[in-house]
Design a protein around this ligand. Structure first.
Ligand SMILES: [Zn+2]
Ligand SMILES: [Zn+2]
Length: 646
C-alpha cells in the first residue's frame, strides 16, 4: 500500500500502482469525469500514470492552471493530427501551451496557411475530438524513435531526438497521430468541445534567425462552447481597450519614426495624466520618508563596470557614446541604482542615518529588438518610479512592510483592488549560486514572508526564482477584464552595496555594509499608464483625467459668461476647455463624449441670467441646473474621493 496525501491534508491508502484516475474514482465519479491530469509530488503527470510511492497528490481539472496547460498542450497534438490529416506531409516542430491556448510550429513546405483554412482545421479537430481518442503513452528506444521519424521524414523531430537520452524517450499517440513528447496529456480528445484557430505567424526553428522559418499556428480550445464565446467577447473588449488605440484617440502619446522606435512622445494630455501620477506618488513618498534625487541620463562606463552591469549586459545594451577629445566612454543609463550608490557615498554614514531612502523618477534606456516593441508596454526608453532604500540588516523587515503599505496604497487609489504577490526565494538545494551571507538571506527571506503575511497579501512562493543577489517580491494585479499584469517589485540586494564598497559606522564603532532594497510600485510609468488605460477603458478617475470638464456655450452670445465660469473653475484647480467653436450644441456634446470628458457644463440664456450651469456627468447623464459653487463642490468631492490619506 502507498500513502496519498490530498491537498486538504488528509491521507488515504491505496494499492501500489494506483493511478490518479483510480484515486479520483475512489473520491467521486463526478470528479473523475472532470480530471485532466494529476500532480504527484509537485510534478504534473497523466492521470493514467501508476503511482508507486507515498506522495503528495492533487487532481487537476480545468480550474487549475496546470490543468488548463495540460488541456491546451494536448489540444496542440489534436491540431497537429487535424493538420496532418488535411495536409499530408506537414512536418512538426514544437507545440507548447501558452498563457492562453497553444501553438504548433509547422513546416508545410511551399504552402502558406491562410486564415480562410482555419474553419476547415477547426472542424477536423472537433471531428477527431468527438472520437474520444485516448492519449496513450509508450516508452520507445532512441533507435526506434529515430527510425519512426526518419520514415516519416520529419527532420525537426529528429533534431529534437538528438538532444534526448536513450531510455527517457516517450511517444504519445491519439487516433492516427504519434508525437514525440514527454507529456503529460489529458485522458482523451473528447474533453475538447470548442476550438478556435487564432492566427498564424512566422517563427524561426528554435528561435534562431539563421534557421528555417516555420509557420506558427496559434489556437485556443475549451471544454465548453460557452467558454469559447466568453473568451472571444473578452478579446473584443480587450481590442476596444487597447492602450495603443485609446492613446491615439485620446491624444495621450505618440510614436515617431524619426525620433525612433520604442521611444514614446508624451503629448500634452498624456503629460498631464503622467504628471498627476508622479505628483501623487511624490507626495506619498515624502510622507513615507523618501528623499527625492535627480541623476543624469548617461554615465561613464566605469560606473557600470563597478556595478557589474557592463559585464552582464554590456553587449546587449546600447552602444557607448564617445566624447570627441578625451576619449571617454559613456552609456545611456539602463538603471538608476549605481547612481544612487554614488549618492550614498557622498558622505560618511552612521547607523543612525539609516534607512536612507532615495527616490527618483529615473528615465532609463534599454535595448529591445524592434520586433519585441509593443506600445507603451515594451519600449526602449522609460521612466521608473524608482527608489533605493539603504538600511541595516535589522531594518529589512520593517522597510519591507512600509514598501508593501505604499504599493497597496497606490494600487487602491488607482482602482486595482485585485492584487497578489509572488515571493521569489533561493533554491535551498543550490545555495552556492547566491552571494551574501547565509544568515542574512535567511533573515531577509523570513522578513519578506512575514511582512507579506502581516499585510494580508495573497502570495505564492517560488523557490529558486530569487536573483543571485537577493530575494524579491513581485506584485501582480488583475484588471477589469481579469487579465493579470506584473507591476511593482521589491528586491533585496546584498551585492551592489559590496561592489560599491558602501559602508556605515555601526553602534559598535565598526564599519558595516548596508543592505539595499530596490522598489518601484508602478514599475515604469509607461507600462503602468498602458495598464491603467486598458483597465479604465480611458475613463480615468476625475483626479487623473487630463481634461476634467468642458464648458459648452450654446451660442456665441454666451461666450463671456462661459469665460467667466471657466475662470472660476480654474481658480479651484479644475481643468478642461471651453468649446468656442461655431457648432451646434449637440455636436459639442458628442465630441466631449468621444473625448471621455467626465463633466460637461452647458451654458445658455437661463444659466447666464441666474449664475448657473447645466451639468452632464459621464455615465450618469443630466444632473440638472445648479449654481457654479455647487458644481465645484461636487467635482472637488469626487477628486478627493480617490486620494485617501496615506
Ligand atoms: Zn505532448
Ligand atoms: Zn535598483
Amino acid at each position: 500500500m502507498i500513502k496519498i496525501k490530498l491537498p486538504d491534508g488528509s491521507v488515504r491508502e491505496y494499492a501500489q500502482g494506483s493511478t490518479g484516475m483510480d484515486i479520483a474514482l475512489s473520491i467521486s465519479e463526478g470528479l473523475a469525469r472532470n480530471v485532466l491530469a494529476a500532480k504527484v509530488n509537485g510534478k504534473v503527470v497523466d492521470a493514467s500514470l501508476p503511482i508507486n510511492e507515498d506522495s503528495d497528490f492533487q487532481l487537476l481539472t480545468w480550474n487549475d492552471l496546470d490543468g488548463k496547460a495540460t488541456f491546451w498542450h494536448s489540444s496542440a497534438h489534436l491540431m497537429a493530427e487535424a493538420i496532418e490529416a488535411l495536409y499530408p506531409g506537414t512536418k512538426f516542430g514544437i507545440g507548447p501551451a501558452i498563457e492562453t491556448g497553444f501553438y504548433y510550429d509547422i513546416d508545410m513546405g511551399e504552402k502558406t496557411l491562410s486564415s480562410e483554412e482555419f474553419k476547415k482545421i477547426e472542424d477536423k479537430m472537433l471531428e477527431l475530438a468527438r472520437q474520444k481518442n485516448e492519449y496513450s503513452r509508450s516508452a520507445v528506444s532512441k533507435e526506434d524513435a529515430i527510425k519512426y521519424f526518419e520514415e516519416k521524414g520529419d527532420e525537426y523531430k529528429l533534431e529534437l531526438l538528438e538532444g534526448l537520452e536513450d531510455g527517457s524517450i516517450t511517444f504519445y499517440q491519439q487516433g492516427n497521430f504519434t508525437d514525440l513528447c514527454r507529456g503529460p496529456h489529458i485522458p482523451n480528445t473528447g474533453f475538447v468541445k470548442a476550438v478556435k484557430l487564432m492566427s498564424v505567424a512566422g517563427a524561426y526553428w528554435r528561435g534562431d534567425i539563421s534557421r528555417k522559418q516555420m509557420t506558427r499556428v496559434y489556437a485556443v480550445t475549451f471544454p465548453k462552447q460557452k467558454e469559447l464565446e466568453e473568451y472571444l467577447t473578452l478579446l473584443e473588449e480587450a481590442k476596444r481597450r487597447d492602450h495603443r488605440k485609446l492613446g491615439k484617440e485620446l491624444e495621450l502619446f505618440a510614436f515617431s519614426e524619426k525620433v525612433g522606435m520604442g521611444l514614446p512622445l508624451w503629448l500634452p494630455k498624456g503629460t498631464m495624466l503622467r504628471e498627476r501620477l508622479e505628483n501623487f506618488l511624490r507626495r506619498a513618498q515624502v510622507r513615507a520618508g523618501y528623499s527625492p534625487v535627480i541623476t543624469p541620463h548617461i554615465a561613464s562606463k566605469e560606473l557600470y563596470v563597478t556595478s557589474g552591469h557592463y559585464a552582464k549586459y554590456g553587449a546587449d545594451s546600447f552602444q557607448p557614446i564617445h566624447t570627441p577629445d578625451e576619449g571617454e566612454e559613456f552609456f545611456l543609463k539602463p538603471m538608476n541604482c549605481p547612481h544612487h550608490c554614488e549618492i550614498y557615498k557622498t558622505k560618511p554614514r552612521s547607523y543612525r542615518d539609516l534607512p536612507l531612502r532615495l527616490a527618483e523618477f529615473g528615465t532609463v534606456y534599454r535595448y529591445e529588438q524592434s520586433g519585441e516593441l509593443h506600445g507603451l508596454t515594451r519600449v526602449r526608453g522609460f521612466t521608473q518610479d524608482d527608489a533605493h532604500i539603504f538600511c541595516r540588516p535589522d531594518q529589512v523587515e520593517d522597510e519591507f512592510m512600509k514598501v508593501i503599505d505604499l504599493v497597496i496604497y497606490v494600487f487602491k487609489a488607482l482602482g486595482f483592488d485585485n492584487y497578489s504577490a509572488q515571493i521569489s526565494l533561493r533554491d535551498p538545494e543550490n545555495k552556492e549560486k547566491y552571494i551574501g551571507k547565509d544568515e542574512d538571506w535567511d533573515k531577509a527571506e523570513a522578513a519578506i514572508i512575514k511582512s507579506a503575511a502581516a499585510k494580508g497579501l495573497p502570495t505564492v512562493v517560488e523557490l529558486g526564482e530569487a536573483a543571485f543577489y537577493g530575494p524579491k517580491l513581485d506584485f501582480m494585479v488583475k484588471d477589469a477584464l481579469g487579465r493579470k499584469w506584473q507591476l511593482g517589485t521589491i528586491q533585496v540586494d546584498y551585492q551592489l552595496p559590496q561592489r560599491f564598497e558602501l559602508e556605515y559606522t555601526g553602534s559598535d564603532n565598526q564599519k558595516h555594509c548596508p543592505v539595499m532594497i530596490h522598489r518601484a510600485p508602478f514599475g515604469s510609468l509607461e507600462r503602468f499608464i498602458a495598464i491603467l488605460i486598458e483597465n479604465t477603458a480611458g475613463n480615468f478617475p476625475l483626479w487623473l483625467s487630463p481634461e476634467q470638464l468642458a464648458v459648452l456655450p450654446i451660442s456665441e452670445k454666451y461666450e463671456d459668461y462661459a469665460n467667466e465660469v471657466f475662470l472660476r473653475l480654474q481658480e479651484q484647480d479644475l481643468r478642461g476647455y471651453i468649446d468656442h467653436r461655431d457648432e451646434k450644441i449637440g455636436r459639442k456634446i458628442r465630441d466631449a463624449e468621444v473625448n471621455k470628458l467626465p463633466f460637461m457644463l452647458i451654458v445658455g440664456e437661463k444659466e447666464s441670467e441666474q449664475g448657473m450651469v447645466s451639468v452632464r456627468k459621464k455615465g450618469e447623464g443630466d444632473l440638472g441646473m445648479m449654481p457654479i459653487d455647487e458644481f465645484i463642490k461636487i467635482a472637488q468631492e469626487e477628486v478627493n474621493k480617490n486620494i485617501v490619506k496615506y
